[in-house]
Design a binder for this molecule. Structure first.
Ligand code: NDP
Length: 287
């Protein structure tokens, strides 16, 4: 039987959140409570659940949070006005706009209205550019959570071949830059990639962020590889599954993340970490 290590994202998230909580408590002792503002536009059910989960996680971690809700027919100007006032609010250290925004919103204009030092999602164009040069103030939460998983499981990155499948702005691209920064040789695949298995089979670290149920099977994985499954797919029977065929791939991989309870819990954890980091920086500048 293959001696695979299953990376339990839920357990790891609990551990990391305890560490974050003690950082939040240090700040509270100094009279500063980390604060996160979440802006949500429209009634997308999935977005509402994500926001609810973020608010709950904040409260458990000792972080103040507030939600600013706008109807789906709200104007971009109203949302921008809200961001401007949150930028000035010293009780708020992190601001995030829940995506997706309605079609008629200009995503970049809205996200870039957030003060760079409060951009805890790391999606502001400044932070995106700074990530490329290795100096970002905040790393996007999903890839940052994956880096935490790799580090805490002592999975070597430097000199290894990392293959990232997916090139989205929120997962694939920042993931690739973070791995590159740590000295991996990185290949980014997308829907136009020819002969995908030729790439996946040479990956020491394989990150799959596509959104296609179980598209990666055991024959596509190098024995001993670390396989990180970002995908969240709802099957017709209502169950969740990842982009990796967990049952077959766990017989080949060295490390594997399950879905659910893999990458997902670490994403919100990193948001909490970024909010605390923003508050710590604000605390230093006010001294
Ligand atoms: P996007 O839809 O924005 O991107 C998907 C990417 O997959 C695209 O770059 C696309 O390529 C690529 N792709 C599609 N088909 C193939 C294929 N056959 N072979 C190779 N590449 C392919 O998705 P996201 O990055 O936002 O999310 C990806 C998945 O991760 C989703 O299931 C999402 O729900 C999940 N997710 C999970 C999170 C978590 O916390 N666990 C957080 C964020 C996302 P192209 O660009 O050429 O179209």
């Amino acid at each position: 039987m293959n001696n695979v290590q299953i990376i339990d994202g839920k357990k790891l998230a609990e551990l990391v959140r305890l560490e974050w909580k003690s950082r939040a408590e240090q700040l509270i002792k100094q009279g500063i409570k980390p604060g996160l503002a979440v802006i949500i536009v429209g009634e997308d059910p999935a977005s509402s659940i994500y926001v609810k989960n973020k608010v709950k996680a904040c409260s458990e971690a000792g972080i103040y949070s507030e939600v600013h809700r706008f109807q789906s027919d709200a104007s971009q100007a109203e949302v921008l006005q809200c961001i401007h006032s949150l930028n000035e609010n010293t009780n708020i250290h992190g601001i995030l706009v829940q995506l997706p925004l309605p079609m008629y919103f200009e995503n970049n204009r809205v996200i870039s209205a957030i003060a760079v030092e409060k951009d805890v999602d790391g999606f502001h164009l400044y932070n995106v550019g700074a990530l490329v040069t290795g100096n970002s103030l905040f790393s996007p939460c999903t890839p940052a959570g994956i880096m935490e998983m790799l580090h805490r499981n002592r999975i070597p990155i430097e000199g290894r071949h990392a293959v990232v499948i997916g090139r989205s702005n929120i997962v694939g691209k920042p993931m690739a830059f973070m791995l590159l920064e740590q000295g991996a040789t990185v290949t980014i695949c997308n829907s136009k990639t020819r002969n995908l298995p030729d790439f996946t089979r040479s990956a020491d670290i394989l990150v799959v962020a596509v959104g296609k149920p179980r598209m990666i099977n055991a024959a596509m994985v190098k024995p001993g590889a670390a396989v990180i499954d970002v995908g969240i797919n709802r099957l017709p029977d209502g169950k969740l599954c990842g982009d990796v065929d967990f049952e077959s791939v766990k017989e080949v991989a060295g490390y594997i993340t399950p879905v659910p309870n893999g990458v997902g819990p670490m994403t919100i954890t990193m948001l909490l970490g970024n909010t605390i980091l923003a508050a710590e920086r604000a605390n230093i500048t006010r001294k």
